[in-house]
Design a protein around this ligand. Sequence first.
Ligand code: ATP
Length: 286
Amino acid sequence: MENILEIKNVTKTFKGFELKNIGFHLEKGYIMGFIGPNGAGKTTTIKLIMNLIKRDTGIIKVFGLDNIKDEQCIKNRVGFVYGENYFYDELSLLEMKKIVAPFYSSWDDKQFYHYINKFNLPLNKKIKALSKGMRMKFALVLALSHNAEFIIMDEPTSGLDPVFRNELLGILYDLMQDENKGILFSTHITTDLDKIADYITFINNGEIIFSEQKDALLESYAIIKGSNEILDKDIMKEFVGVKENRFGFEALTKDIEKARQIFKNRVIIEKPSLEDIILYTVRGNV
Ligand SMILES: Nc1ncnc2c1ncn2[C@@H]1O[C@H](COP(=O)(O)OP(=O)(O)OP(=O)(O)O)[C@@H](O)[C@H]1O
């Protein structure tokens, strides 16, 4: 299958932060959730893909093209939704559209008006008068109006109410019925990913911890619950993280078979949520 995104050995150093030799890829036809705690490097990675900042080393390819050499061609085919405001505040939505549309060879006015109506956006209002959620919706309308093959969104659901968040997830899901498209979607909200992501890439402290198919990932971990007496230092080492309280312990393991051998029937083994995997991996012994 063809990669829509390929990142290899990319580093970027800021004072006090380093993106450490990261790599992952996304094939056409899939949605990838890009998740990690505050300051993990999600926005930095997305800015590097969009060539808004320069990488120190490595390779980034979008549609198989070099993201710097072929920047203009790539940007024409990418829909980018970015948390920070990049509009002219004094313009109305309609005026802003007139500026943006000519940059795209496959701009589709019909789609634009379809989404403006669907999202209930006031075309003649100035951008500065929009709420945060409405700005995000407008950024989405623009991204969806030029037949983008790859949609990159940096925390698109932040600032959106639950009803619209759900609607957005539905729209993304519908878009993916076209197998030639792909979506990369950074978020803090793991339940959004539960619903629509095919792949999860998890970044922590500038490092990619995993980039895996979601269902396989959920299958490869387990939550172990038992009483505190069976825990000792050696057993603790077997876990990704452990949480103890006076009623017992709860731990995350990546070696389900070994946990079965060690504990036999003295523990309960349950499926983890994505949230469990992220929390235990970030915090270790919580
Ligand atoms: N231009 C810059 N100059 C210096 N440091 C920067 C710059 N941009 C980002 N950083 C630092 O890089 C680190 C990663 O930031 P980044 O915005 O990529 O994180 P993030 O995962 O998107 O976090 P959040 O979820 O909070 O948005 C942070 O410590 C941030 O302060």
